[in-house]
Write a protein that binds this ligand. Sequence first.
Ligand SMILES: *Cc1c(COP(=O)(O)O)cnc(C)c1O
Length: 356
Amino acid sequence: MSRFFDSKFMSLEAYVPGEQPRDKKYIKLNTNESPFPPCPAVLEAMNRSAAADLRLYSDPTSLEVKRAVADFYGVAPECVFVSNGSDEALNFLFMAFAENGAAYPDITYGFYQVFADLYGKKTAVVPLEEDFSIDPAKLKQCTENRTLFLANPNAPTGICLPPDVIESILLAGRDRLVVVDEAYIDFGGESVIPLTQKYDNLAVVQTFSKSRQLAGARLGFTIANPALIDGLEKIKYSTNPYNVNRLTQLCGVLAMQDRVYFDKTRAQIIENRAYTAAELKKRGFAMTDSRANFLFARSDRMSGRDYYDGLRERGVLVRYFDKTRIYDYVRITIGSRAEMDALIAATDDLLAEREA
Ligand SMILES: *Cc1c(COP(=O)(O)O)cnc(C)c1O
């Protein structure tokens, strides 16, 4: 590290994204992207004229995206903040809305820990139960009005809390902000966006990366009461006013407007998830009840590491977390039916090799 690097960041452990290897072509089931292309209108809009407009700055207010999101969810545009991926919104929320510190489960999205460290926040880590379910009582008890970051469905377990449980958490501490990260909500959970109209201690963060085929465009949004949105805008204008580029704004509006494609593709993921879960179960795997576009699976016949390595050798990439409590598991993104069949075939081949 350079001797000019600020010493307070010396021990910071940065977020490690899922690998994007180039050594050969893999079936990529490791970063929860969609196996489907963006909707037809998005593909069509990416033309010469859209590219020519790149000489101009993007709309710093992302107004068209705000309107499309507001229209979809039945809220006012003033309740919407648009960000460069949802990671940027989470960054701003940690930066500016966690004065009393942050709280999150021990097994959850790894970025929460990174942001907490980056900003030197006091943290309370709430342990999940043995089966990775969340005991709401433990979240309610969580002390000193620390901002609660809750991925729902949780990552990488896929386990989802219903809205009434989240409402009870909001009610248990009206002076504590709760951030619900709904990156995976479109694959079988119920959003708490409607509760943002009733509770000023709730912010809901969503992304276009998982259910709207735009991971590479970097687009996310937050829905909350207008006062909270103003705070996020203030941070944005103090860091990067043109945070969302022109092409991404255009794609986001079109993707949000094509409800038919959205429903068709997420239904396909849900169907492929049920198919894959049943096939893995036949082969003795155990899984959490995932409502996300991935399965969290383990086998008594091999360690998580061995399953990950064996699949990788066979050209299938999944995500393995070398972490206490979850090192027996791998996280498998739900892809197309053909990709899932390739995963099953690679699994059979690996099991046969190990039994031989
Ligand atoms: C993928 C993911 C995000 C980040 O999404 P981007 O919009 O691509 O930044 C945030 N939270 C969770 C839980 C995720 O899995």
